[in-house]
Design a protein. Sequence first.
Length: 149
Amino acid sequence: MTIDTSTMRQIISNVFDEMLGMPTAPLPDPCDDIVCERIVAAIRITGALDKQVVVEAPSQAAISIAETMFACSADELTEEEILDAVGEVVNMIGGNVKGMFEGDSKLSLPDVSEDNGPLNPPAGSEQAVTLVSGQPVLVWWQDLCAASV
């Protein structure tokens, strides 16, 4: 079973709109023209399936996410809290994806890092770009068994 863009957009909306209370709006794909400093959080689902889900949040979006999660202002946040917040978002999205499939699967711990440059998901992946509280956030995903790892 694959995850189509419509399903992923619903998952993204559930995480941000419902769980975090952050309004979302879909943006047209692709996002090649968005160049920025950002937080990248990746998670892998293994077992009955082998998928990767990645969230790329520009710095301002990552700060907004952390402000919401930690209920504090940007000047009160540490860099670690900002990274943790984006890691938790990919964990929630990955958990929703994992829950769509039957069989025994495990969710890895999020791998979170900082990056700079264009939002550029790999060839063969699917993507959804969403405005989260007015900031673009990219979520991309792929089957790793079909991808060259």
